[in-house]
Design a protein around this ligand. Structure first.
Ligand code: CP
Length: 310
């Protein structure tokens, strides 16, 4: 048992300590094994999770809800802001202040960067960021790290290519800060318009991470143990014509997999639009559906740790 994360918010990955990361990953592995043995646990019996989603989601919301159910807890949900009082103009801060009287932990997704931190400042129960605009998506990054460890056995010594919309993709903004804790080499693959924000690349270089930037996905895949594809984030573009120009930047197909480094693992936070052809799904190293399923034990760990129920 550990109280390391009890009462804490999970808002971003760069502020997580190495010890906290270790505890999250090991607790997730324990829950995954326990689920296989016991089917359902009761750690969160009597606890309520509020899922407040002001942006669309399939995986994050449903895997958090599944995690809470599998821990024996209860769930209340805003799945569509049009059916909440946000549609009447209620502020997000007022909404979370009210909801803290109904729940023991809040999981929130919101289109505005920084919104999860604002929510956390307004309430005294833990807030977990389920994605704040083009900001961060820490729980996705944690399940991505868990997935790489499961698929490859280790993170040390790996070359990881991150490809697509690195400017707006909040999953990669969070993931790189976790990968930086390990002995990894990172290759950022994007069109010039969608490069990783400079301040993030600078942070990584300052931490001694070996980072290369390119627009050539095929070349990056020849050197990489893992390629992490991302969707071009249509909803973050001010100019629809620019989205149309960039949306087909990278389409991973079987000929590209065959030319890649042997045994390459292919990941994607999903949803995919057209970044990975369906023909790739049958490739043994196509890990994106396994990755999505890993969201349940990782989110079980987060819920239990922040409420002191692990
Ligand atoms: N990966 C991810 O965040 O998926 P959803 O948008 O469906 O939650």
């Amino acid at each position: 048992m550990t109280t390391l994360l009890e009462g804490k918010d999970i808002l971003r990955t760069d502020t997580l300590t190495d010890e906290e990361l270790d505890v999250i990953l090991s607790t997730a592995a324990r829950f995954e094994a326990q689920l296989e043995d016991e089917g359902r646990l009761d750690n969160m019996a009597g606890q309520v999770m509020a899922a407040m989603f002001f942006e669309p989601s399939t995986r994050t919301r449903l895997s958090f809800e599944s995690a809470m159910h599998r821990l024996g807890g209860d769930v209340i949900t805003i799945a569509d802001p049009k059916t909440s009082s946000a549609a009447k103009g209620e502020s997000m801060a007022d909404a979370v202040k009210v909801v803290q009287g109904y729940a023991d932990v809040i999981v929130m997704r919101h289109p505005r960067k920084g919104s999860a931190a604002e929510a956390a400042a307004a309430v005294s129960i833990p807030v977990i960021n389920g994605g704040d605009g083009a900001g961060q998506h820490p729980t996705q990054a944690l399940l991505d790290t868990y997935t790489i460890k499961k698929e490859k056995g280790t993170l040390d010594g790996l070359t990881v290519a991150l490809a697509g919309d690195l400017k707006n993709g909040r999953t990669v903004h969070s993931l790189v800060y976790l990968l930086a804790r390990f002995d990894v080499r990172l290759i950022f693959v994007s069109p010039a318009q969608l490069k990783m924000p400079g301040h993030i690349t600078e942070d990584l270089v300052d931490q001694g991470v070996d980072v290369t930037e390119t627009d050539d996905l095929a070349a990056a895949m020849r050197e990489s143990d893992v390629v992490y594809m991302t969707r071009i984030q249509k909803e973050r573009f001010d100019d629809p014509e620019e989205y149309e120009r960039l949306k087909g930047s990278y389409v991973l197909d079987m000929p590209m997999v065959e030319q890649a480094k042997d045994g390459i693992t292919i990941m994607h936070p999903l949803p995919r639009v057209n970044e990975i052809k369906e023909e790739v799904d049958a490739y043994a190293g196509a890990a994106y559906f396994r990755q999505a399923h890993n969201g349940v034990p990782v989110r079980m760990a987060l819920l239990a740790l922040v409420t002191g129920r692990e």
